[in-house]
Design a protein around this ligand. Structure first.
Ligand SMILES: NC(=O)c1ccc[n+]([C@@H]2O[C@H](COP(=O)([O-])OP(=O)(O)OC[C@H]3O[C@@H](n4cnc5c(N)ncnc54)[C@H](O)[C@@H]3O)[C@@H](O)[C@H]2O)c1
Length: 268
């Protein structure tokens, strides 16, 4: 979609690793929509990913930051504001990682240090991004923060492991933060609960192909793609959604409200 709905907006986009990443699609589309932004990812991801190619095609820079480090986030805001020439109007939090899932730990054999790491990276980082942004007066009035989540926050999905706890926490933080940053600063924050999507993080979930196909056949409109998720993120960053805050917004082709579909019934 070629509307310049983010003209004159400045943003920070976390989480583009490769061209399958949802954040990658958001960056490409935000660029087309007229936004100026910086890209960021964990220093270790810089080596693995191709984020510098993305920065080049979007005419911007990459500022490495571990989203669990307050110091890194402070520096990220400082450098972003210097580069972009003002306060930040939108932030995409597109970050997820679970050592327990990655290393195939059974849910009844969780490594608790790893669980804390999962929560720190995938959920508490959102609080840090917002808290640091507000404390440093780096977020503009009516700024929009969007974080990506999954329906395992509400329902159990066996292969999703302790990421379910991270997503529940992420959504809870969104409600709590939304109150405080709304009343004090007129800043909004929401989560988008996205369909299963073929990315590095997504395909790390055991049995992802079946998981993906099941959701696709359960959803009246089929799974939402990463590009469609990017469209939705852009709308949430734009001025068209200024009074939407504290919400968990399902972007899943109707999966979340479907009991069963004929396609699934036919397979039983
Ligand atoms: N792919 C799916 O099926 C799906 C569905 C719903 C929600 N989501 C969510 O979408 C978001 C983006 O994931 P994706 O699917 O695009 O996969 P992805 O693997 O491309 O993105 C995850 C990103 O998190 C980054 N990251 C990990 N640790 C970090 C740290 N300490 N500091 C900063 N960044 C760090 C990674 O480097 C990577 O860029 C995640 O929150 C994920 O849970 C994904």
């Amino acid at each position: 979609m070629d509307y310049k709905i983010l003209e004159n907006k400045r943003g920070i986009i976390f989480g583009a690793l490769d061209d399958s990443s949802i954040a990658w699609k958001v960056a490409e589309q935000a660029h087309k929509a007229g936004a100026k932004f910086t890209l960021t990812n964990a220093p270790v991801a810089m080596r693995m990913g191709k984020i510098k190619d993305l920065a080049e095609s979007c005419g911007t820079i990459v500022i490495p930051a571990d989203a669990t480090s307050t110091e890194d986030i402070e520096n990220l805001y400082k450098e972003s504001m210097e580069y972009l020439g003002g306060k930040i109007d939108f932030v995409l939090h597109s970050i997820g990682m679970s050592p327990n899932v990655r290393k195939g730990r059974d849910y009844l054999d969780l490594n608790y240090d790893w669980l804390l790491k999962t929560l720190d990276i995938s959920a508490l980082s959102l609080h840090k991004v917002v808290q640091v942004g507000v404390k440093n007066e780096a977020l503009s009035e009516w700024a929009s923060v969007v974080a990506l989540t999954y329906i395992a926050a509400q329902r159990s999905f066996p292969g999703y492991g302790d990421m379910a706890e991270a997503k529940s926490t992420l959504e809870s933080l969104t409600r709590s933060l939304g109150y405080h940053i709304g009343t004090k600063h007129n800043i909004r924050i929401n989560t988008i609960s996205q369909s299963p999507t073929w990315t590095t993080a997504g395909s790390g979930v055991p049995g992802f192909d079946k998981f993906f196909n099941y959701a696709d056949q359960m959803s009246p409109l089929g799974n939402a793609s990463a590009d469609e998720c990017a469209d939705f993120c852009l709308m949430m960053f734009s001025d068209y959604t200024r009074k939407i805050t504290m919400q968990n917004l399902f972007h899943d082709g109707g999966f979340s409200f479907t009991g069963v579909s004929q396609a699934i019934m036919d397979k039983i």
